[in-house]
Design a protein around this ligand. Structure first.
Ligand code: 6GP
Length: 833
């Protein structure tokens, strides 16, 4: 790598190069220096926020030293890199993670104590980086942690949203959305004002005669927006590798045009242009598993893909290799279809700008990309209207048509005269208006397509991509079952459990090789060990109970069974089934004699999660949960036997408190709808059992931990279609009497104005019950009774928990990354010496 500093002056640099603190004294030194100089505060006005800021800046300096070295090392090594393109990275907080990964949390704890602060209070000052909706975004964050920990040369690329996912307040039992402005003070990002890319929109395509007489195309006119890079360091656990997450921010290009307007006194309109440019990266779309087809979203997608590809291509070109070597140096993974335009953009760069032949370019493109599908739900499969794309990205639309033509010709050769097949697999849907099917484009432009759990991968092979399997053969389609990082989701969220496990396993190696947990199994009957295990669970429940008390004012008994469902609110995830079950429990208790009540295990039903602001039914579910809580929690006759809690503003940092505190958690989607789920893994890894349907990764969790350690219920994916058909066309069905009693209670106003819940009840009773709540209700209720029974035998329960944890090794995101690296990316780690 070339240096701009001449040889004789480099010694001075080397002498002053910072290594980063390692001792408590050095930590205090750095922290105080930052508080006093960077923040201009002092011993007289240093509050917890200032202590957080100083600590974060001290750690940031330390990370940046390794970050720089990692980037240099990777450039020298001149080997293949992975680029993970994701519109969402749900990172949560960075400080705690940084402390643990560099192994200096104890140093910081003692240092902060010297300076007059408790480390927990300092850590909790940090604003979550919430640049994502749910599972898809959190998976991307876990993958970054694993990539760095396993020393893969990898970059994440995303948008620097000024507003992350909204903050949720519950007011009078309704969700209210508050903007999440998170950039006030963000010590974790580095603006790179020198790394900018001009991004073009609109305009037209000019055809001209190229050198060899061939017709060439050039995209001209339109408007230019500038992308500015902001970098965030991603430290691996116990390794010097510190990778980069690059976020693009949009701003007006500083062109003559604006300046002229400004000089002419057209201040407002010149400022307007600027604001329009900045709008592109202003806000994260708050929809989970839902596509809305808005122009601004398409702009976001292209802006981010084009900036990232420009960056990747620029880096490749520095190596001065032939274009054919591009796929040997670059692997790009598409996190769902959101970055699919990157395929088209790379083809455009290669043919229009670098003047490669179509076929040569297309081979490079398809060998570079891999595509991960995260859902089969039709409403989440992206489609863009052709007229919209024609206007915004005229050249890209032409290239899409050409990709489609070549593809359809290939299909025609394979399946001659099958016109139906051609129209089924065409990238262009012949609707009014015509639509571009992004999942097809992503499949055609990638060399591998993967689902995120076995059932899901099987389903996509037989449904959405069925024809593509017969066209390309089965090998193009594969499975990588999701995972979670044990660093954040065990070590950081549940430090005492991590410590207990380490004490039995003789160290923390399990955090980088989670299969080592299997050595715990021998302690499943160890009395002393079980006691410590239970104490830790209880302490975690006390911590959550305190959070609930502080935020809702309701006191819950930590000795009760904690039953938790936290995730985005969605009809397919069936929070409605859960709350209907809770109402059933309430009505059942009300009808019980005091003797019967004595035999009951007290329960706290805990819900949490955000509803997309425009998803009315999901908001109604939240309102029903809160309304039931209002009644049940104040019913003196019920006391501790049942509490119903809605935890406001579920996010990553709350998940770190909630997950370790569960006895049972709910993963109860209609079979075949939840692609994988990842909180199921987090809960089991933290010593909680789960109640769930045969869906997503629940199936593989069952295979690993054993059927006797999980509470499964409900219809199977293969029966869903028939059941739906029966709802729509069958003779009127009879509702389970228990469920009927629940509806009667709701409709008679037991939980407030019944009219508010009419549509929700009707969706199940009258309108086809698409998510099969009525079909699964009775087996759900019976299975919950089995949970009650099982919980009474604490010895057995704890043994189940220990056994389950010991068998969770498979669900580390390190294993996922290994599979992606071997099967899809063909990339090697670069281990720092
Ligand atoms: C989610 C799936 O719903 C979830 O089951 C899976 O665990 C997660 O992706 C990670 O793979 N999908 C989305 O969040 C989504 O928006 C388009 O898909």
């Amino acid at each position: 790598v070339e240096s701009s500093i001449p040889e004789p002056q480099r010694d001075a640099w080397k002498k002053h190069t910072k290594k980063g603190f390692t001792t408590k004294d050095e930590f205090e030194d750095e922290t105080v220096r930052h508080i006093e100089t960077t923040l201009a505060r002092s011993l007289f006005n240093c509050d917890e926020l200032a202590a957080y800021s100083g600590t974060a800046l001290a750690f940031r300096d330390r990370l940046i030293v390794e970050w720089n070295k990692t980037q240099q090392r990777q450039t020298f090594a001149d080997q293949k890199r992975v680029y993970y393109l994701s519109l969402e990275f749900l990172m949560g907080r960075a400080l705690d993670n940084a402390m643990l990964n560099v192994g200096l949390k104890d140093v910081a704890k003692d240092g902060l104590k010297d300076l007059g602060f408790r480390i927990e209070d300092v850590i909790s000052q940090e604003h979550d980086a919430a640049l994502g909706n749910g599972g898809l975004g959190r998976l991307a964050a876990c993958f970054l942690d694993s990539l760095a920990t396993m020393n893969y040369p990898a970059w994440g690329y995303a948008l620097r949203y000024r507003y992350g996912i909204f903050k949720q307040q519950i007011i009078d039992g309704y969700q209210v959305e508050i903007p999440d402005y998170w950039l006030d003070f963000n010590p974790w990002e580095f603006p790179r004002h020198d790394v900018t890319v001009e991004i073009q929109f609109y305009g037209w395509v000019r055809k001209y005669q190229g050198e060899n007489g061939k017709t060439k195309a050039s995209w001209e006119g339109g408007e230019i927006v500038e992308a500015v890079a902001y970098d965030a360091p991603i430290p691996g656990y116990k390794t010097a590798t510190t990778n980069n997450l690059r976020l693009w921010s949009s701003k007006a290009a500083s062109g003559e045009f604006d300046f002229q307007k400004f000089n002419n006194g057209e201040y407002e309109s010149s400022v307007g242009d600027q604001q329009r440019a900045e709008t592109i990266s202003a806000v994260l779309y708050p929809n989970d598993n839902l596509d809305r087809g808005k122009e601004l979203r398409l702009k976001q997608q292209y802006f981010w893909c084009a900036a990232s590809l420009y960056d990747i291509v620029r880096r490749f070109k520095k190596s001065e290799k032939a274009w054919s070597a591009f796929p040997d140096m670059v692997a790009i993974q598409l996190n769902d279809t959101h970055p699919t335009l990157a395929i088209v953009e790379l083809q455009r760069i290669l043919i229009d700008i670098e003047a490669l032949e179509w076929d040569e370019a297309w081979t490079i493109v398809t060998n570079t990309f891999g595509y991960t599908n995260h859902t089969v739900m039709p409403e989440a499969l992206e489609k863009w209207s052709v007229p919209l794309m024609q206007n915004l990205l005229p050249r890209h639309l032409q290239i899409i048509y050409d990709i489609n033509m070549n593809f359809l010709q290939m299909v025609e050769r394979k399946f001659p005269k099958d016109r139906e097949m051609l129209s089924r697999v065409s990238i262009i849907e012949e609707s009014q208006p015509k639509m571009v099917r992004m999942a097809y484009l992503a499949t055609i432009g990638s060399h591998k397509v993967n689902g995120v759990a076995e059932l899901h991968s099987d389903l996509i092979r037989t449904t959405v991509f069925r024809d593509f399997v017969s066209i390309y053969g089965p090998d193009k389609f594969t499975n990588v079952t999701n995972g979670i990082t044990p660093r954040r989701w065990l070590h950081q969220a549940n430090p005492r459990l991590s410590e207990l496990i380490a004490s039995k396993l003789g160290g923390y190696e399990f955090l980088t090789d989670l299969t080592l947990l299997n050595k715990l199994e021998q302690f499943a009957d160890d009395k002393e060990f079980k006691k410590e295990w239970q104490e830790i669970k209880y302490a975690n429940k006390v911590r959550l109970a305190q959070h609930i008390g502080n935020t809702t004012g309701i006191s819950v008994n930590p000795k009760a069974l904690f039953d938790i469902q936290v995730k985005r609110i969605h009809e397919y995830k069936r929070q409605q089934l859960n709350i209907l079950g809770v109402i059933h429990r309430y009505l059942t208790i009300k009808a019980m004699s005091p003797e019967e009540r004595k035999k009951l295990a007290p329960r706290v039903s805990i819900f949490g999660g955000k509803a997309a602001p425009g998803y009315w039914m999901a908001k109604t579910v939240i309102h029903l949960v809160c309304s039931v809580g209002e009644v049940v929690n104040h019913d003196k006759d019920i006391g501790d036997l049942l509490k119903v809690i809605y935890i406001e503003d579920y996010n990553v940092s709350k998940a770190e408190i909630i997950t370790p505190a569960s006895d049972i958690s709910e993963h109860i989607s209609t079979a075949g709808t939840e692609a994988s789920g990842t909180s199921n893994m987090k809960f089991v890894l933290n010593g909680g059992l789960i109640i769930g349907t045969c869906d997503g990764a629940n199936i593989e969790i069952t295979r690993e931990i054993g059927e006797s350690n999980i509470f499964l219920f409900g219809n199977l994916a293969e029966d869903v279609e028939d059941l739906r058909h029966a709802h729509t066309y069958g003779n009127s069905f009879t509702l389970d009497p228990d469920l009927s009693r629940v509806f009667t209670a709701i409709r008679s106003g037991t939980f407030g104005d019944a009219a508010r819940f009419n549509a929700l009840c009707n969706s199940i009773v009258d309108h086809g019950d698409y998510y099969l709540v009525s079909d699964d209700f009775s087996s759900y209720v019976k299975t919950q009774e089995l949970v009650d029974e099982a919980y009474k035998d604490q010895e057995e329960w704890v043994a189940k928990c220990i056994q389950s944890v010991s068998r969770m090794g498979f669900f580390s995101s390190d294993r996922c990354i290994q599979e992606y690296a071997d099967m899809i990316w063909n990339v090697e780690p670069l281990v720092p010496q």
